[in-house]
Design a protein around this ligand. Structure first.
Ligand code: PGA
Length: 256
C-alpha cells in the first residue's frame, strides 16, 4: 500500500440488518475503534442510514449508501436521489456493484449517470468494477476492466483523485468464499491504476483502489499489504462487528 493514500475499509451490508442490528453493530464496533490513519465506511440499506449515522456520530466512521438514482428528481417511483442521501449524512455511495449490474441490469451508461449524480451532490462514489469467472477464463479481465473504466472516464476525469474510489471486485469472488490471491489482486489493481493514469491530467492515478470479494480476517492482511491495494470492500464478513474491526486493523495506517 502506498503510504500517501489513506486506506479505506468499507462494509457493504447488502440486504441485511435492522435498526436493532445497527445499534448493536455500532456499539460492538466502537468498543475497539480502528487506529488513526485508516478511514472506515459502512453502507447499510437506505432505511437504516439515518439511524446508523446517529449511532456512529462523533466516531469518525463514515456512512454511505449501496445505490442511488441517476436522476435528480421527478417521476421515478421508488428511487432515492444523491441529494437525499447527502442530507441523511452519507459521505459515500456504492455505484455499479456487480449485483446491480447483473440482477438489475444496470448498464455502463446508467452507471455513468449515477457517478455524475453522486459527484454533483458532493458524495464520493465508490465505482465497482470486475470480471466474471467466464471472462477471467477467457482471459478478458483487462478488457472488461478497461470497458467499465472507460464508460466512467468522462465523469471520473473531471474529479479530484480523493473525490472517488474504485473497488475491484472480481464477480467470481463475491460471496463465494473464493478470494483473488494477493498477486491476482495486485495485477488487476496495477492495471486499473495505470488505466486511471491515462485519464485527463493523470490525477486519477492517485485514487484509492479497494479490493472486494470474500475478504475475511484471515486473508485481509496479505491483500491489504499489496502495493496498489488501498483497503477493501467487505460484504459477508462485515456483518460481524468484531470481525470487521479486525479487518480494518489489517490495513496499514497512512503515515503522514
Ligand atoms: P463478500 O461481498 O465480501 O461477501 O464477498 C463483497 C461485496 O459484494 O461487496
Amino acid at each position: 500500500m502506498n503510504a500517501a493514500r489513506c486506506p479505506l475499509v468499507a462494509a457493504n451490508w447488502k440486504l441485511h440488518g435492522s435498526l436493532r442490528f445497527a445499534d448493536d453493530w455500532a456499539r460492538d464496533f466502537l468498543r475497539r475503534p480502528p487506529p488513526a490513519g485508516i478511514e472506515v465506511l459502512v453502507c447499510p440499506a437506505f432505511v437504516h442510514i439515518a439511524h446508523l449515522a446517529r449511532a456512529l456520530e462523533g466516531s469518525g466512521v463514515s456512512v454511505g449508501a449501496q445505490n442511488l438514482s441517476e436522476h435528480r428528481d421527478g417521476a421515478f417511483t421508488g428511487e432515492v436521489s444523491a441529494a437525499m442521501l447527502k442530507e441523511l449524512g452519507c459521505d459515500y455511495v456504492l455505484v455499479g456493484h456487480s449485483e446491480r449490474r447483473r440482477i438489475y441490469r444496470e448498464s455502463d451508461e446508467q452507471i455513468a449517470g449515477k457517478l455524475r449524480a453522486a459527484a454533483g451532490a458532493g458524495l464520493k462514489p465508490v465505482l465497482c468494477v470486475g470480471e466474471t469467472l467466464a471472462q477471467r477464463r477467457a482471459d478478458d479481465t483487462r478488457e472488461v476492466l478497461r470497458r467499465q473504466l472507460d464508460a466512467a472516464a468522462p465523469v471520473l476525469s473531471g474529479l479530484a483523485a480523493d473525490a472517488f474510489v474504485i473497488a475491484y471486485e472480481p464477480v467470481w469472488a463475491i460471496g463465494t468464499g473464493e478470494t483473488a490471491t494477493p498477486e491476482q489482486a495486485q495485477q488487476a489493481h496495477a492495471f486499473i491504476r495505470d488505466h486511471l493514469g491515462g485519464l485527463a491530467g493523470g490525477r486519477a492515478a492517485d485514487a484509492r483502489v479497494l479490493y472486494g470479494g470474500s475478504v475475511k480476517t484471515d486473508n485481509a492482511t496479505s491483500l491489504f499489504q499489496m502495493n496498489d491495494v488501498d483497503g477493501g470492500l467487505v460484504g459477508g464478513a462485515s456483518l460481524k462487528a468484531e470481525a470487521f474491526a479486525d479487518i480494518c486493523r489489517a490495513a496499514p495506517p497512512r503515515r503522514d
